[in-house]
Design a binder for this molecule. Structure first.
Ligand code: SF4
Length: 440
């Protein structure tokens, strides 16, 4: 509902990339942009890690990464992978043996950091094993752990250096006939990461995994992640994404999913609550009503856009693209579907009525619920709207009264442009008290 799937057509078309498969999840080649996150548990803790994997999947993760930093982690992966609801990627940094062990554990993907796993023979050995097992690898370049040779050659972690690091790794892979690859060139600097991914997109046709690394805790981490990822997605760059937050990874998965839904790149799975910012017209505490509506609706997983609007004068019209909404006025709640008033309820019942109607809307569809509208609702709403306009007029904040008072005060001083003459020594703010023109 809500027509979000059409919004993606307003973005730059997605750049074509090859397609790879992580278990049952396709990446690149026109597949839906996928969401990734990473567990924070010890991978050897099988039950704890699985609980987190399930929580991440429920929050919107399509793929989950677990560290494989020791033998016990690889052994844990052997038990986690068959019970996981989503494909599992093993994160490998320094030891190629851990990559081989993770492949043996049955993981659906590997992530290698070229800055940390540097020996050509070892890289090729892992790539050959992944090739034989049909398991894709992400070449995960990171500005903070760039290969020292590349860092020196480019005089720092520049966009060109990040892309070159990926190119060198890709060349090793290609020498053993392995191209089942996606690439990331992450940085904690949003500007650097954007430039690096643009260059990577021009250089490779492999799918790209987007992320701003070490973005920090929310809300600044969310802002940085969204700034980098959304900029690139809006340019058609990127096939899978991860927010890196210093927070419960469930927040990463949720943010990833919400970002894709907001851009219209994934179908809405959960609630999208919009609310007006409130103003002098508001007939209700919009923040409190929005919070109550969110609390009542969010666990119901209704794939709709719901609007909470502070007044009936502008609310239903401003939120007419929402699937359903409520606007307050004259101690009543005006319930609307796609901008049409379907019911008027007492203000104290507005959240309950909204929830009930939202559930019916999802079950029965828009047409059926519009057909079931209370026939007197539109007329009652129109009367309330008119009464409020009569009371508050077009100036509910009484700004015109204030402006009038300001004019009077300025005129009394005899120095304001509001005096209307615009001439003479005492007519403008640029004149000094002696009547001399102080303007240059
Ligand atoms: S819907 Fe009404 S209260 Fe909310 S911002 Fe618009 S005019 Fe103000």
């Amino acid at each position: 509902m809500g027509g979000m799937e059409h919004e993606s057509q307003l973005l730059t078309p997605r750049r074509p990339t090859r397609q790879i498969h992580l278990g049952g999840v396709a990446i690149g080649g026109g597949a839906p942009v996928s969401v990734q996150s990473m567990t924070t548990t010890k991978t050897a803790d099988v039950e704890g890690t699985l609980a987190q994997v399930y929580a991440l999947a429920a929050a919107g993760a399509d793929i989950v990464r677990c560290t494989c930093n020791e033998q016990a982690a690889a052994e844990g992966l052997a038990q986690i992978v068959p019970r996981s609801p989503v494909p599992i990627v093993a994160d490998i940094h320094f030891h190629h043996e851990m990559a081989l062990a993770a492949l043996e554990a049955g993981v659906q993907g590997l992530r290698l950091n070229p800055g940390n796993l540097r020996k050509e023979t070892e890289i090729k050995q892992v790539a050959a094993e992944a090739r034989d097992r049909g398991v894709p690898i992400r070449i995960g370049v990171n500005a903070g752990s760039l290969h020292p040779d590349v860092f020196r050659r480019f005089g720092g972690a520049t966009p060109e250096a990040l892309v070159e690091s990926a190119r060198i790794e890709l060349a090793y892979f290609e020498e053993v006939g392995f191209e089942d690859v996606k690439i990331s060139v992450k940085a904690s600097s949003v500007a650097l990461m954007i430039a690096a991914y643009r260059l990577a997109s021009d250089t490779f046709d492999h799918p790209l995994h987007l992320g701003v690394t070490e973005a920090g805790p929310p809300p600044s981490g969310l802002v940085k992640g969204a700034a980098g990822i959304a900029t690139l997605l809006s340019e058609g760059i990127g096939d899978t994404i991860r927010f890196s937050l210093t927070a419960d990874p469930v927040e990463e998965a949720r943010a990833g999913r919400q970002l894709l839904e907001a851009l219209g790149l994934r179908e809405r799975k959960g609630l999208d609550l919009i609310a007006c910012p409130s103003c002098g017209r508001a007939q209700v505490d919009v923040i409190a009503v929005a919070k109550a509506a969110q609390a009542a609706l969010e666990d119901r997983h209704l794939p709709i856009q719901v609007a909470v609007m502070g007044c009936v004068v502008n609310g239903p019209g401003e939120a007419r693209s929402a699937d359903i909404g409520i606007a307050a006025g004259k101690q009543k709640g005006h319930l609307f579907i796609r901008g049409k008033i379907v019911r008027v309820v007492p203000e104290s019942d507005m959240v309950d009525a909204l929830v009930m109607e939202a559930e019916k809307l999802v079950a029965e569809g828009v047409e059926a619920r519009l057909a079931a509208a209370d026939t007197s609702a539109e007329a009652e709403a129109a009367a309330d709207r008119q009464a409020l306009l009569d009371e508050g007029g077009s100036d509910p904040n009484a700004a015109s009264v204030r402006i009038e008072r300001i004019r009077h005060a300025v005129e009394k001083e005899g120095s304001g442009p509001a005096s209307g003459t615009g001439s003479g020594p005492a007519s403008g703010p640029a004149s000094d008290t002696d009547g001399n023109d102080a303007s240059p």
